[in-house]
Design a protein around this ligand. Sequence first.
Ligand code: TXA
Ligand code: MG
Length: 343
Amino acid sequence: MISKYINMKDDIDFEELREPAEAIKEGNLVLMPTETVYGLGANALDPIAVKNIFVAKGRESDNPLIVHISDILMLKELIQEVGEVEQKLIDEFWPGPLTIIFKKKEIVPSIVTAGLDTVGIRMPSNIIARKLIEYSGVPIAAPSANISGKPSGTNIEDIINEFDGKVEYIIDGGSVDIGLESTVVKVVDGIVHVLRPGKITAEEISKLTGNAVIDKHVLMQLSSNERPESPGMKYRHYAPNTKCIMVYSKDTEKLIKKINEISFGKNVLVLGRTKNISRYTSSNKLDMGDTLEEIAKNIFTLLRKVDNYNVDLVIIEGTEKEGLGLAINNRLIRACEYNYIEI
Ligand code: TXA
Ligand code: MG
């Protein structure tokens, strides 16, 4: 198959979405932008189309997909009921980068949810994504667009080689806004559990609902006998082939000293903040940006680059664990396979 490429980087002509929307309806795969990361989309109500997502990604069949909707009517068709707390979350954060887990209705094929009786739903704020769903007339199941285990795709250039020829359409919406996948939450007995941190932070959720519990596996490795709330947590994720270590200190001087100590006499690559980068002694360095927003946007593209450097070790500056920093830490700690020091 030759993938058809649609360029919506600079100006968006919604009419160009009619064909890919039709392709979705007919059971084909479409690479689509969202505000968080690119998605590998298919008709969520078509089990064969969804099966093809798992095949194209090389994804384990016990890892459920997120279903994307364009309006609230679609939600009502897919799920049993919207509780009071879920309604608050919807009113405040949809459309946007928040996935809410609900009890599913029969209509959602079990392949989408990996056999679970719950389904994760999100209404993206990205207008291309929403129009594509609207025009196709069906909810779209879409995992992050990356071969399983690799960093999620935040621009087409990073992922075109992984998916060219495997999808009917590639819709290029330019670089995504956020750069990290959506926050995933599940409400249990009125309490919001954050299963995967993202741009919408536990602090913001807590302010709205009065509570938010961060699942312990957000920053901690699962032991072999544990069953995670979110099946995706148990898989190797984002890790380059080169060994990586994350180093964090609240004290910038200590941080720089430690990273230079680890680098000494070794062939390393350092990923550091713009303001610190000139102070690292290693000759291989990549600039992560300064603010948490910049780091979130850059991190997956940077992680995709590190294997080109042929170094023995990649040393990555960690971030604070508050706000968006928690989401960055959650991804970096996996990229480093829990190889982490805080001083
Ligand atoms: O921002 C995003 O969420 C992106 C864009 C494309 O929307 N999608 C995304 O999908 O990140 P994926 O498949 O890469 O990650 C979905 C995560 C996994 O960790 C999965 O285990 C969890 O959501 N998940 C999905 N359904 C679930 C459910 N019913 N219960 C618990 N966790 C669920
Ligand atoms: Mg993913």
